[in-house]
Design a protein around this ligand. Sequence first.
Ligand code: TYD
Length: 146
Amino acid sequence: MEPQKLDLKSIEDVKVIEVPTFDDHRGKLCFLENTLSMPFDIKRIYYVFDVPSTGERGGHAHLNTEHVFIGLGGSCSLYLSDGTKEKEFTLNDPTKAVYAPAMMWRTLNCFTENASCLVLASKGYIEEDYIRDFKSFQELRGSTRL
Ligand code: TYD
């Protein structure tokens, strides 16, 4: 992959999306739809759950895939870094989603019992899209700034 093809957004481009919510006496309904509240077209959905309280998910970045994270139940922590600056979110409210551009290092941990995290992705699963070493991630971000 040519480094100059990477879209290097900063941690300031990470944002919280208020998920449109219908709330009535029957309960709450939230929705995300391509071209409405989503920052990208959804290509893939996955979710993590039954994560031990001391467990950790992620620990990698993606070259080109954008993601949206939603805590659907319980609570977990989402750590995002652009290699220089970082932000941390508590995912404990299904009406709030966190958007992470490509090339953000991310880790999910501090899962409470029964916590689940829904992840929406802009691309299909490709192992070659992963960067699993933080130093390589920082170098790639640094070298592509030139
Ligand atoms: P991984 O992305 O490393 O999990 P996490 O970021 O939550 O720690 O994925 C774990 C395994 O699941 C890995 O072997 C690849 C597989 N996988 C898929 O087949 N499709 C997917 O969409 C995802 C996210 C993972």
